[in-house]
Design a protein around this ligand. Structure first.
Ligand code: NOJ
Length: 757
């Protein structure tokens, strides 16, 4: 594919060269004025061109368009009919395409190059869900900075991240790309990531424009099935879905991406309420909105509009500024304006927004500013990035169980059996959505362990997770029934002091288009685990997965369980450091882990029903399942450490009437024998309100690293923004009444107090 594009580039570069009037822009500060000047020179066609985004031919991140259309792309750039390209990366490629826009189109307006830099470009950080488990906002910001620095050195100036969709459904494959189930944590993380990508100065060469996506409610696809209908209530929309988007705007995010789904019967891309009333009017967002891949066109399939022309019209009226890969803007908008069906002022508004971001990036001053071959060479895979992603990886690991202190491992004199295909897989730890990365570039668990200490290791695969070719765009073959490796695995395990079993999902088993109905260990891995357990009970189960899994058997039988997600390039090194206790695990789950898939969607901040949630002996009329508990296997916010912490002396000082604050403090003590980090979480319950409130809501958290025996007072301040909520008209309100407050190390915290507003 690459050659098709660049063969054409060569031909097109022979075209005539014009003087781009706006490219000589000096450092004048008034971007708005520059935008107006440029806009006044543009023809209607050129304006619509700015609203058109095409995918290059290097990677496909959506269904492939038909070839006839694809062939015109470079010609369109030359004719000023393209404002942005996605999926063109690498300095040589970006420069070649940019050159056409800048030197051959009439106005020479530079293209903005978008790419899915989701958790790294070449050097890969943990998947976003794993990073969220760190609850470490600085580390996540740093991870986004690394991604921006590396990607921008390869010509990219716009990332389609962060995904800020809240989701409560582990069946949905894209939970790996978000920050989990909680709107408060999700909002803090959204800000950290936007700040990391965009930095303090968007025009610097090492920063990129970010995208808050997918607006809105994509994470609530019914039954977790990808692209499915969303039908949620207003209260959830305002209080759960919107907050991380709002937070992204507070962090000055430059772009939004609309969602594929319908929300209450309206496709998000054509939803005037979402894009215009809420985003652009109420929230005053002044960046631009890009559609998702052909989501404008998909409004036809949704049964919302009759054809491409109607789709273009509806999307523009709703507020979608740039069209990704549907072709309907470029094919239909001109006639729609000329026929009086779309007002030109809407086009102008979109173009202003797009040009503004291009000016802010500094593309008019130097359209090739991200195109230094030298910088690219020095930057990609730079060792300093490895350190950063390794730090992020360690912090993302969650210790789920550690009976009899099987962990940390003794550093010498041990025979250790390492079992599982994932233990030796150099690609899976990269996870999904890392399309710029090179395959086989992750450090495996086996590699990480072998170079770490003096123990003796023997490896046995046991069983595959998937079979055959694996690729981002192709369905995986999950029919793995082959147990022929079991015997060897069992015999390897028999003579070992400790068995490390690395089980879970293939790296591409989560992500877009990867919904699952079963959220257990895929293939025959569960059977493998049970067979090995029969001969050696000293098992450390290291999980690699892109979503919460339901593993009740493992929880009951396996003494030590480590949630290691997909941790990116430095995966094996980070895992070894944690298993040997040189890093004391501190991660906390950003999503509830169910006991059974039938409990999904399961989330801690649920509403109370009218009936009891806990068993009433002998009663049947309470809110429950007859065959499973209500509680999750591991709750939101949960994660162990090699040390232990105690929280006590909760006090509430209510000075709300005087200064609008409620101050909650607790005393935290490290009661174990090692230094460790605790994430102290504060939850509230508004006991009654004009719209019912969740049984618990996270409102603050603080991380504290304490030496063994050390104590520290932790203080939280709650104000209106924590105590109020959005009513069903979207109005933020703080109501009088009784509140409970809980402080602890997970969402089931017992230490509590109360106050009145
Ligand atoms: C589809 C995905 O939903 C979106 O998140 C991504 O950014 C675009 N494709 C572009 O690759």
């Amino acid at each position: 594919m690459k050659s098709i594009l660049f063969g054409l580039v060569g031909v097109l570069l022979m075209g005539c060269q014009q003087n781009p009037p706006s490219n000589n822009t000096t450092n004048e500060s008034n971007i708005d004025q520059k935008v107006e000047e440029l806009l006044s020179k543009m023809t209607l066609e050129e304006k619509i061109g700015q609203m058109n985004q095409y995918s290059g031919f290097m990677d496909f991140t959506g269904p492939q368009p038909d070839k006839g259309r694809a062939a015109n792309k470079l010609e369109h750039i030359k004719n000023g009919l393209v404002g942005s390209m996605l999926n063109v990366h690498g300095v040589e490629n970006v420069r070649a395409v940019q050159k056409i826009a800048v030197e051959e189109s009439r106005l020479g307006i530079p293209l903005i190059f978008g790419f899915d830099v989701i958790h790294g470009y070449k050097t890969i950080s943990p998947i976003p869900l794993a990073e969220a488990a760190s609850w470490d906002l600085e580390a996540m910001k740093r991870s986004a900075e690394i991604a921006a620095e590396e990607a921008s050195a390869a010509g990219i100036n716009w990332t389609f991240a962060p995904m800020v969709d809240i989701s409560r459904d582990a069946r949905w494959g894209r939970v790996m790309e978000g920050a989990g189930e909680d709107p408060y944590l999700g909002s803090q993380i959204a800000k950290a990531r936007v700040n990391g990508f965009q930095g303090d100065d968007l025009s610097a060469t090492h920063t990129v424009a970010a995208t808050a996506k997918h607006f809105a409610a994509y994470g609530f696809a019914e039954a977790g099935r990808e692209y499915n209908t969303v039908d949620i209530g207003t209260s959830t929309l305002y209080n759960v879905v919107f907050p991380p988007f709002r937070a992204s705007i507070e962090a000055d995010v430059k772009t939004f991406m609309s969602a594929f789904n319908v929300l209450n019967g309206i496709p998000a891309t054509g939803d005037e309420f979402l894009l215009r009333d809420i985003l652009k009017d109420k929230w005053d967002f002044n960046g631009f909105v890009v559609t998702d891949w052909d989501s404008a066109g998909e409004m036809v399939a949704h049964g919302f509009v009759k054809d491409g022309r109607a789709a273009a019209k509806q999307a523009v009226i709703a507020g979608s500024d740039m069209d990704m890969e549907s072709y309907h803007y470029i094919e239909e908008l001109k006639a729609l304006v000329e026929d009086g069906e779309v007002e030109e002022k809407l086009i102008d508004d979109s173009v202003r927004r797009i040009l503004k971001v291009k000016f802010e990036l500094g593309l008019f001053e130097d359209p090739y500013k991200y195109c230094s071959e030298e910088r690219e060479k020095e930057t990609l895979y730079n060792a300093k990035f490895r350190e950063g992603v390794r730090d992020m990886a360690k912090k993302s690991i969650v210790l789920l169980k550690n009976k009899n202190e099987l962990l940390p491992l003794k550093s010498s004199g041990q025979r250790i059996a390492v079992i599982g295909a994932l233990a030796n897989d150099k690609t899976s730890p990269l996870g999904s959505w890392r399309i710029g990365a090179d395959e086989e570039t992750a450090v495996t668990v086996l590699e990480g362990l072998e170079k770490y200490d003096q123990n003796t290791y023997s490896y046995s695969k046991g069983a595959d997770v998937v079979t055959g070719e694996t690729s981002f765009t192709q369905e995986l073959n999950i029919n793995t029934t082959d147990k022929s490796g079991f015997a060897e695995a069992v015999s390897t395990a028999k003579s070992a002091h400790v068995v490390i079993m690395v089980l879970g999902e293939h790296g591409l088993q989560s992500g877009e288009g990867r919904s699952r109905t079963r959220i257990d260990l895929p293939g025959v891995q569960q059977e493998l685990l049970e067979e090995v357990y029969k001969v050696n009970k000293n098992i450390v189960l290291v999980l690699q997965n892109g979503r919460p899994l339901a593993l009740p058997w493992a929880d009951e039988h396996i003494p030590a369980i480590v949630e290691a997600w997909q941790l990116g390039t430095e995966s094996g090194n980070a895992i070894a450091e944690v298993l040997y206790g040189d890093y004391n695990p501190s991660g906390k789950l950003p999503m509830s882990f169910p006991r059974h898939v039938g409990q999904v969607p399961i989330y801690y901040n649920q509403k109370s029903t009218g009936r009891p949630f806990l068993p009433s002996p002998g009663e049947v009329f309470w809110s429950h399942y007859t065959d499973e508990k209500n509680s999750p296997l591991y709750p939101f916010g949960y994660g162990l450490s090699y040390t232990t912490f105690d929280l006590k002396d909760l006090t509430v000082e209510n000075t709300y009437a005087d200064d609008g604050t409620v101050t909650v403090s607790v005393s935290l003590t490290n009661t174990g024998k090692r230094k460790g980090k605790s994430t102290v979480q504060l939850y509230i319950r508004d006991e009654y309100a004009s719209v019912t409130r969740p049984v618990r809501e996270l409102k603050s958290f603080e991380q504290a690293e304490l030496e063994a025996g050390e104590s520290r007072k932790i203080t939280f301040q709650l104000t209106d923004k924590d105590l109020g909520f959005y009513d069903n008209n979207g109005k933020f309100t703080v109501e009088e009444g009784s509140f409970q407050v809980f402080v602890g190390e997970d969402s089931q915290a017992q230490l509590s107090g109360e106050f009145q507003l």
